[in-house]
Design a protein around this ligand. Sequence first.
Ligand SMILES: *Cc1c(COP(=O)(O)O)cnc(C)c1O
Length: 308
Amino acid sequence: MMDIFSDITIENQQVNLHLPNGISLYLKREDKNHPFVSGNKLRKLKYNILEAKKQQKNTLLTFGGAYSNHIAATAAAGQLMGLKTIGVIRGEELCDKIHENPTLRFAQRCGMEFRFVTRTEYRLKDSLEFLNNLLHNYGTDVYVLPEGGTNILAVQGCQEILISDDASFDVICTAVGTGGTMAGLINSSFPHQKVLGFPALKGKFLEEVIKKYVSKNNWKLIHDYHFGGYAKINDDLIRFLNNFNEKTNISLDPIYVGKMIFAIFALANRGYFEPNTKILAIHTGGLQGIAGFNERRLRKSKEILNYV
Ligand SMILES: *Cc1c(COP(=O)(O)O)cnc(C)c1O
C-alpha cells in the first residue's frame, strides 16, 4: 500500500525579513509535507493510523469544528490509507450547509461521513456515554481519535519533526492548540534549546496537558498572542500576514501559524531574544482553512488575506 508517512524530508527556509540584534528566523516547512494531509496533522495521524491498521480497524472516527484542519487531514489520510472516516462535527445547523464550507466539502469528497451534533452534545464528546452511543451506531471496527488528534501516539509522531541537523538552532517555536505538537517538539529538542509555544486560544490548562507528555523543562508557553481567543483576529494581524506574504511569498494561516510569527516579530522587536539568536519556527500548515476564513470575512465585508 502507498504509505503517506514514509520519507518525509522537510526544508528549513530562512525568512529574509529584518529582525533586530542579528536574530535570524527559519521556518520548517511542515506545511509542505503532503499535498492534502499537510502540516502537523500528518505527524499526529501517523502512529494512530498504523495502530488502527494493527488493530484491524476499518474506520477512523474523530471530532472537529466546521473549519478544522484535523477533520480535513483525517478525511484525506483515511482515503489514502484505505480507511473509512467519520467526522463528528460541532454545529447541527451545518448539516445542510456543507456546500458552503470548503473544509467540509473537501472532507466529503475524500469520503468522510458526517455526524452533526449540537454544541451541547459536542461538549460531552469525551464522556463514555456519548462515545458508547456513537460506537453503538458504527460498530466495533472504529478507531477513535480525539479532537485535534492529540494522544500519546500523536506526540510520538510529532517527535519526528525535529532532526539532528536542527541542533544548530537556539529556540524552537510552535503554535499550540491542544499541545500535542509542542509536547513532541519538547521531547526531541536538544538540551541547549528552548521550546516556545504560542497558544492560539485562551486558557491556562495547556501547561498541565503538556506536562502529561514531557519530562523536560526547557519550554515555556507565551499566552499574550491569541488575539482574544481561538479564531479571533484583528486588522493588525491581517495586515501583518498580507505584508509577510508579499515580502516572502510564504502563506501563513491566521488561526495558528500567523499568530505565532506575529508574536516572534513583536517579541524580537522588544528585546525578548538574546542577540544573534537562531530561531526555528515550525510552519504547522493549516492553509486549507484560508478559503473558508476569507469567505466568512467577505460576508462581513472585512479585509481578507490576499493569498491562499
Ligand atoms: C492543529 C494545529 C496546531 C496545533 O497543534 P496541537 O498539536 O493541537 O497543539 C497548530 N498549527 C496548525 C496549523 C494546526 O492545524
